[in-house]
Design a protein around this ligand. Structure first.
Ligand SMILES: [Zn+2]
Length: 194
């Protein structure tokens, strides 16, 4: 089947900037790393999409898109604060939860500060949460736990962890799945767009 349409990754910044780690430059770099990874997914034969788009701006989120929230720490978690819930993979650096208002994926930035390639690690963690978002956290999912996989599917990720062909294939096969995203917080946010 011929590929068609666009897959969009919506990046939402809810973290205040700081001198060394988080600001416009880092956001640009994180976006570039994520674009490079997701381009491989979109180019995979199993992906139904023809093109990739990513944005730090607001827009209309389609049923097959992914929204990721970047927060300073888990203390700011939408999952924890708004839903009093624990994410699928309750780690210090990210979480994903199927809320009544849609799937929520979060990345906690402070946990990664100090890393020698900070923006790349943040992007890798974001990709991991995207895997939870589409593959094992949707209610009708047939995959129980992505952590059984290799590379960026593993429960613990460092800068040396690579995006594997398996990761790309699995993500591509699930990319067209309609997982309604939590957009309420994204749409209510006007702050921290540097
Ligand atoms: Zn995980």
């Amino acid at each position: 089947m011929a590929k068609s349409g666009v897959f969009t990754l919506w990046l939402v910044n809810l973290a205040p900037g700081n001198q060394y780690y988080w600001g416009e430059g880092t956001m640009w770099a994180v976006g570039n790393h994520l674009r490079d990874m997701f381009q491989k997914v979109v180019d995979h034969p199993s992906s139904p999409f023809e093109r990739l788009h990513y944005s730090w701006e607001r827009g209309v989120v389609q049923q097959t898109d992914i929204v990721i929230y970047f927060l300073a720490s888990q203390a700011d978690s939408i999952i924890k604060e708004k839903y009093k819930a624990l994410p699928k993979h309750n780690s210090g650096s990210g979480g994903t939860f199927p809320s009544a208002s849609g799937m929520i994926s979060e990345v906690y930035l402070r946990a990664m500060e100090g890393d020698f390639a900070y923006s790349r690690l943040v992007a890798k963690l974001a990709f991991h949460e995207c895997m939870h978002n589409k593959i094992d956290t949707p209610p009708a999912s047939t995959t129980a736990d992505i952590h059984n996989g290799d590379g960026l599917a593993a429960a613990t990720i460092s800068n040396g962890t690579d995006l594997t062909d398996k990761n790309i294939g699995l993500m591509a096969a699930n990319l067209g799945r309609k997982v309604i995203q939590h957009t309420e917080t994204m749409n209510a946010t006007t702050k921290f767009l540097f």
